[in-house]
Write a protein that binds this ligand. Sequence first.
Ligand code: LLP
Length: 424
Amino acid sequence: MHHFDYRGGILHAEDVAIPDIAAAIGTPFYCYSSATLERHYRVFAGAFRGQPARICYSVKANSNLAVVATLARQGAGADVVSEGELRRALAAGVTPDKIVFSGVGKTEAEMAFALETGIDRFNVESEPELELLSALAAARGLTAHVAIRVNPDVDAKTHEKITTGKAENKFGISWKRAPAVYARARELPGIEPDGIDVHIGSQLTDLEPFEAAFSRVATMVEALRADGNPIAHIDLGGGLGIPYRGDNDVPPHPDEYAAMVKRTIGHLGCQLTFEPGRLIAGNAGILVSRVIYEKQGDDRTFLILDSAMNDLIRPTLYDAFHEIRPVTEPASGAETVIYDVVGPVCETGDFFAKGRRLPRLKSGDLVAIMSAGAYGAVQASTYNTRPLVPEVMVKDASFREVRARPSYDAMLKQDIIPDWLDRP
Ligand code: LLP
């Protein structure tokens, strides 16, 4: 569900016509819908009404301060994986008591900053991290609430690059070793190991792997409690998938997911934390781009856009499908062409879609790459010295640039020519 629709034959974000934004700031740009972000948050949170659950939006999916602040105003907490994300969450108005710190490689400086900030809890992913956190907290006279992230060795049945809960993945501590790790944690000063955490992957379109993982967690909580561990919190991570192909994709509804959660771990009476990212932000954003050329190859037709893999890397990195819509609604029965939709970057991997049937487009036409709100702008780079793509937020009939396009001067000023070289 989202708020990007044709009105009078022109694609709008809420009440704003996309060509108006393009005229104001140029292309390419990301465009986010406040109403969609808010709705997704409310639908997910609403699914857990009656369960002791809180939602910590996974900031990595889209960390623009405007996005995080929009969600914070709805009551969302934050799941962060770096000091930078923690600083973003705080700057966007998320209070420390609603922040969880996940991630497999937290540094000493990051953990010290998080302890001093007074965040709610740490999801710990290894024994060395546990020992270091204990030492840092104890040295400050603090007690950190800790959940051990367990690796349940369950196949999430998603793309291999976004699978996190198999034994061969770097994430979490083997569920088999967890009892010994909790026993060690109980001996350590400065930490209270009163939680357990699991996250098996992203863009899951089936409840079955979740159910297998959560059932394993339930069994573990019972065993850990029997060993004297007072487990009162369960963090079930994120990962619920979204429709990328419009009505042809039907991932489980948050209500079904919530019912499954209740069925598998409801009897434990624990406080629950969820870390959805994509589900909140994915369909709340589009990447708007302009056609530079239509180019005829020997056996295919290329549609060359002014955005590229550096702006949205998902198609080439995860074989991801993103719907592409012309901003001007095609007339019914309009001529169509099978395109390879590509960008200007000097790599064969620079594509958005291959063999995609679209209405015939020409230089100057605008297109929208849909479902690009999550893992889009946050994974953008300046490869080929292309300015970082700007971001725009829409609310009703208003829009604001929430990250401006950097100037070439600003980009070049980041580099320094050492003084042993002759200045050009
Ligand atoms: N919690 C943890 C510990 C995670 O590692 C992740 C995502 C999430 C929550 C949020 O998962 P979500 O609800 O968004 O599925 N760049 C990839 C996705 C990487 C996901 C990384 N971790 C992509 O574009 O598909």
